[in-house]
Design a protein around this ligand. Structure first.
Ligand SMILES: [Zn+2]
Length: 215
């Protein structure tokens, strides 16, 4: 099996996998979503909440905030040497204290160490009116996507077949396929059809549908 990274951004990755089967690639996709450990808020202690939202809704929203995960430092709480009591190896603490009038954002969640600070600081949690208050503590721990979506480490993981376009000797150069391709992958070059940017092809088959030689 051959693996090649086509795009490798901070929040996005595109990989070409060769010499494999769709079921194997799908197994990788499912593993990415269900089995990768990630940090998320699991327990919330609410000291004061006079906002319009119930404690449970606030706790749910906090849990869905993506937190940085360092697997060199953290171990799952159930496997930790502390026996699940909660220690710096398995639990990360956050606090939130805010009074209105304002909007409470994910960035208002203060981590015990700067290295655990929330990456995306602009996720709204609740709107506070004048004199409304929210004070809470939260514990984050490792989990996996198969337990709850808050622990899902990736989103939008998918795979597709690698496109192959074959132009046979029967081509009479009518260029109907070039006009039909919605993504502009086919071009005319000296009376012949040529393929450019094949990875942009989404296998819509518009080209083969309009081809008179492909009945
Ligand atoms: Zn521990």
């Amino acid at each position: 099996m051959k693996l090649k990274f086509i795009e490798d951004e901070e929040n996005y990755i595109k990989v070409l996998i060769e010499d494999t089967t769709p079921d194997f690639v799908n197994a990788i996709r499912r593993t990415l979503m269900a089995d990768l450990p990630k940090l998320a808020i699991e327990n919330v202690t609410i000291y004061d909440n006079t906002s319009a939202l119930f404690d449970e809704i606030i706790a749910h929203r906090l849990a869905m905030i993506p937190l940085p995960t360092d697997l060199d430092v953290l171990v799952p709480r159930s496997e930790c040497s502390c026996g699940g009591e909660g220690c710096p190896n398995c639990v990360v603490h956050y606090t939130l204290s805010k009074e209105g009038e304002c909007t409470v954002y994910s960035g208002d969640l203060k981590a015990e160490e700067p290295s655990w600070a929330v990456k995306d600081e602009k996720i709204p949690i609740v709107r506070l009116l004048k004199d409304q208050r929210i004070i809470l503590e939260a514990e984050a721990e490792l989990g996996t996507g198969k337990e709850h979506a808050k622990w899902q480490a990736v989103s939008g993981a998918g795979y597709s077949y690698y496109p192959e376009i074959e132009i046979t000797d029967e081509c009479d150069g009518c260029m109907e396929c070039v006009k039909a391709c919605p993504r502009g992958i086919l071009a005319s070059k000296r009376g012949k059809v040529v393929v450019k940017n094949i990875e942009e092809c989404n296998l819509c088959k518009s080209c083969s549908e309009v081809c008179g030689k492909n009945a």
